[in-house]
Design a protein around this ligand. Structure first.
Ligand code: GLN
Length: 281
């Protein structure tokens, strides 16, 4: 079978299973099997696949047809300006979270030095993207998941940032190390009762620990706000990702805990997604 037919047949299987971007997904999976870029496939559509590669590809298509996200099959995901290693058990970086990175870089564009804390690092994509762009920034990332800490360390090495960041396995409640210019976080913020209504790919494959924000979705964000108010230097910034319907609740919690609201930023779908605030006392 040649590359063209492999993509067509794979895509048919995915379509039958209601997978949205079936052609694109098959191209990414086949490129992974052949260890080539997608561009190579398009330029070599009539090249035959050997039996072994065809088997591996069919197996990946099968897993994708059951809903397993592409990033868990390829074990990588592009985010901001870098490619991150991704493993099951950690949240896959979302394009919407790039809004948070962009806002942070804009806010700190004239600052040369800053000490950053990322709470709930996952793959490390937020703090590592910031450190990559700001060569004199440094910081720490914490996560309750052992797997996330290991993966973030791996990504830090891949991006040659391991000398400017340390990752620690801890709950935010038990962390009280250092004073920061910036605390960033994409906490779990989905209302527990709504987890079951997320897309199948998300609810069946991504870690609940990284999604479940308790009964009203703000339980973990509140913990972070409280802790940030003790860990931030005076005038330090807290930049949070929030759920599309959490703007009023989160800004009110921030104000109650001594923060000034600088800005609310929308994501690519025009939902409120990121709150920038400053510790004022
Ligand atoms: N934005 C994620 C989703 O769509 C949720 C991430 C989170 O809870 N931090 O599933």
């Amino acid at each position: 079978m040649n590359i063209y037919n492999a993509i067509k047949e794979g895509s048919k299987v995915l379509k039958e299973n209601n997978i949205k971007f079936s052609d694109l997904d098959c191209e990414i999976l086949l490129a992974k099997v052949l260890k080539k870029k997608r561009k190579y496939l398009i330029l070599n559509l009539d090249k035959p696949l050997n039996r072994k590669n065809l088997e591996i590809y069919k197996n990946l298509v099968k897993q994708r047809s059951n809903g397993k996200p592409v990033a868990y099959l390829t074990k990588k995901k592009d985010f901001w300006n870098s490619e991150f290693i991704i493993e099951e058990g950690t949240l896959i970086p979302r394009p919407d979270t790039e809004v948070l990175v962009e806002a942070t870089l804009e806010l700190f564009k004239n600052k040369e030095y800053a000490n950053i804390l990322d709470v709930g690092v996952g793959s490390g994509c937020i703090i590592l993207s910031i450190l990559k762009e700001k060569p004199h920034f440094y910081g720490k990332g914490i996560d309750i998941s052992h797997k996330s800490v290991g993966l973030s360390e791996l990504n830090a090495k891949k991006l040659s940032l391991e000398n400017r960041v340390r990752f620690i396995k801890t709950d935010v409640d038990n962390f009280c190390n250092g004073k920061y210019d910036l605390v960033v976080s994409n906490p779990p913020y989905i209302n527990s009762a709504k987890i079951n209504y997320l897309e199948k790919d998300v609810k069946s494959f991504e870690p609940k620990l990284a999604l479940d924000g308790g009964l009203d979705g703000t339980f973990k964000t509140l913990k972070i706000i409280k802790k940030a108010s003790t860990l931030l230097k005076s005038n330090g910034k807290l930049i949070l990702e929030i759920g599309y319907d959490q703007k009023f609740r989160i800004t009110s919690l921030l104000k109650k805990n001594g923060f000034y609201i600088n800005n609310i930023i929308k994501d690519y779908a025009k939902n409120d997604r990121c709150v920038i605030s400053t510790k004022i006392n």
